[in-house]
Design a protein around this ligand. Structure first.
Ligand SMILES: [Zn+2]
Length: 293
């Protein structure tokens, strides 16, 4: 059945209502938005989502891989300072932690627990591989963080509700995510890299996230664009390449190609300039939302 035919029957996974509309058609997958809770979602949700994560998603390869890994390590520092703006010590739970790099940046006043999916190809034995929604920790936490992970879930509402249940009173929730209603998403539309279906199953907006957080009794909710250049610069390059019908992005994936660096260099310069401008005017594609229980 065509998505157009059943658009009035597709229910929002966050509020279970159906005032949804199709925003983008990305071939196999559609991006819908809910008029009630102001967030988007990918439809349909594949049965085996694991097949859409290749090995290089977890362990980057080639020149791009090394660059990506170095930048991802470096930019963990910003997350550490966000935490320290609100907390001087305590227990931190990192949901969707990957190799738990973030925990290594925290000082000894913090005790970190790192979780990821049972299907995640992670080598670090300290990462607990479990389903967060059914996980039953024996302790409560002072902060729960979702660094670029909440958009990988079908129902952010369920994850926020679970986070609220295992936070101490006065504890904090931190969510870093691609902002689905930013200027860049309006420019690139279905070609916007951060839509990334079906790996990104939810498409969050600050107003939509605030609605979800309020339902779980969070307060003191704040939103801000963040200088997440490890995501934004590569995202702008990839979105630009997505515009070309011949998919030159496939060419760029072969980072051992001898012309690769020559072609990539001007794109990096342009993308860096554009992303700095977006950040300055409050239109960074990556946002941070902080809320207190
Ligand atoms: Zn909804």
């Amino acid at each position: 059945m065509k998505a157009k035919d059943n658009k009035h029957r597709i229910k929002c996974p966050n509020c279970n209502s159906s005032p949804t509309f199709q925003r983008f058609n990305c071939d196999e997958f559609q991006i819908y938005f809910c008029k009630k809770c102001l967030n988007g979602f990918t439809y349909p949700v594949p049965k085996n989502i694991g097949q859409y994560y290749n090995d290089s998603y977890w362990i980057p390869k080639g020149f791009l891989g090394i660059l990506k890994k170095t930048m991802y390590h470096l930019f963990q520092l910003r997350r550490k300072y966000w935490i320290m703006d609100f907390l001087k010590k305590g227990r931190i739970l990192d949901v969707g932690a990957g190799e738990a790099i973030f925990s290594k940046f925290l000082n000894k006043n913090f005790e970190a627990t790192s979780l990821d999916l049972p299907s995640a190809k992670i080598q670090n034995p300290d990462v607990i591989k479990t389903d967060f929604l059914t996980w039953k920790p024996k302790i409560k936490f002072d902060a729960v963080v979702f660094w670029e992970s909440l958009e990988h879930t079908v129902s952010p509402h369920e994850y926020i509700k679970k986070a609220a249940s295992i936070l101490n009173d006065g504890g904090y929730l931190f969510v870093e995510y691609p902002r689905a209603d930013c200027l860049e998403s309006h420019i690139f539309k279905r070609f916007w890299y951060h839509l990334d279906p079906p790996r990104h199953l939810s498409h969050l907006t600050p107003k939509g996230l605030e609605k979800i957080l309020t339902r779980s009794k969070f307060r003191s909710i704040s939103h801000s664009g963040v200088p997440a250049f490890e995501y934004t610069i590569t995202g702008f390059i990839a979105s630009t390449l997505n515009l070309f019908p011949s998919r030159p992005i496939d060419f760029f994936k072969d980072s051992n190609n001898s012309i690769f660096l020559i072609l990539l260099f001007p794109l990096i310069i342009i993308s860096t300039f554009v992303e700095i401008c977006f950040f300055i005017v409050g239109q960074s594609p990556i946002y941070l939302t902080v809320a207190k229980k």
